[in-house]
Design a protein around this ligand. Sequence first.
Ligand SMILES: Cc1cc2nc3c(=O)[nH]c(=O)nc-3n(C[C@H](O)[C@H](O)[C@H](O)COP(=O)(O)OP(=O)(O)OC[C@H]3O[C@@H](n4cnc5c(N)ncnc54)[C@H](O)[C@@H]3O)c2cc1C
Ligand code: FES
Length: 255
Amino acid sequence: MTAWDDHRMVLLDKEVSGERGVLVFEAPALAEVLRPGQFLNLEAPGRLLRRPMAPAVMAGRVLVFLRARGPGTRALLDLAPGARVRALGPLGNGFPLPRGRAVLASGGTGVGPLLFLARWLSARGHEVLFLHGARDASEGFLLPYLRASGARVRFFTEDGSLGERGLPTDLLSSVLRPGDTLYAVGPEPMMAAAARAAEAMGLPAYVSLEAAMACGVGSCLSCRVELKSGPAHVCKQGPVFPAGEVFFAETPHVR
Ligand SMILES: Cc1cc2nc3c(=O)[nH]c(=O)nc-3n(C[C@H](O)[C@H](O)[C@H](O)COP(=O)(O)OP(=O)(O)OC[C@H]3O[C@@H](n4cnc5c(N)ncnc54)[C@H](O)[C@@H]3O)c2cc1C
Ligand code: FES
């Protein structure tokens, strides 16, 4: 695995829609070494601690898909093109390769790491089905990125205002087939539903966990989670874990 470094990223472009958006950075050395599912600890203007973000790499650019959750993510979304931020990375383990077809299910900002995985796998000849769940049509700005991933894409909104109505997980048991590998990143109830669908069919499934982080490199112990096999640090042993290892709290949570 490539050792992490403190990279400088330059904001080239951004697109913001309500509380969500995408930042497009130039960071060629970082784009070269990042792997799908890994994350960055990103400087947030005016904040002491960096914020963990799992980006996508597309066309040599580093893309961060954001939801304004608090002051750090708001400050990042407010950055103007030309801004420079530092990013510690690549951090964490990343996704393992699929056995056969890869089925990807994302919700909210979970789209970043799975978009990267879709692009990575499609470029290497894997068959990829990508299901993304959005709240409403305001996330339509994601569609060009999803379509450029090389995967077969199905886009869902909860209110039916764009694409298909419903949640990607509603569909999983009917689209999964023997030999598939499932990857799910998004709100915890969504990942829990994906884990159940894969388990019911005996398929391998992976999720990417969120935890409050400070250092991002295994030193501060703030990101400790309890897995079925014992304690783990999300920044070091994760953020990607086999879904069957995770105790899911079934509380509503928007990613
Ligand atoms: C590996 C990893 C990858 C991530 N990738 C992305 C990404 O691509 N895009 C994105 O928008 N966000 C991502 N996040 C979440 C993001 O890091 C947090 O939303 C961010 O740190 C919040 O900072 P803030 O200053 O905006 O809000 P804060 O004021 O720090 O927090 C706002 C609220 O959100 C809660 N919160 C903050 N961080 C988390 C967390 N990690 N898990 C659960 N609740 C939390 C706080 O308790 C508080 O209630 C990722 C997190 C991890 C661990
Ligand atoms: S964030 Fe410091 S140990 Fe994981």
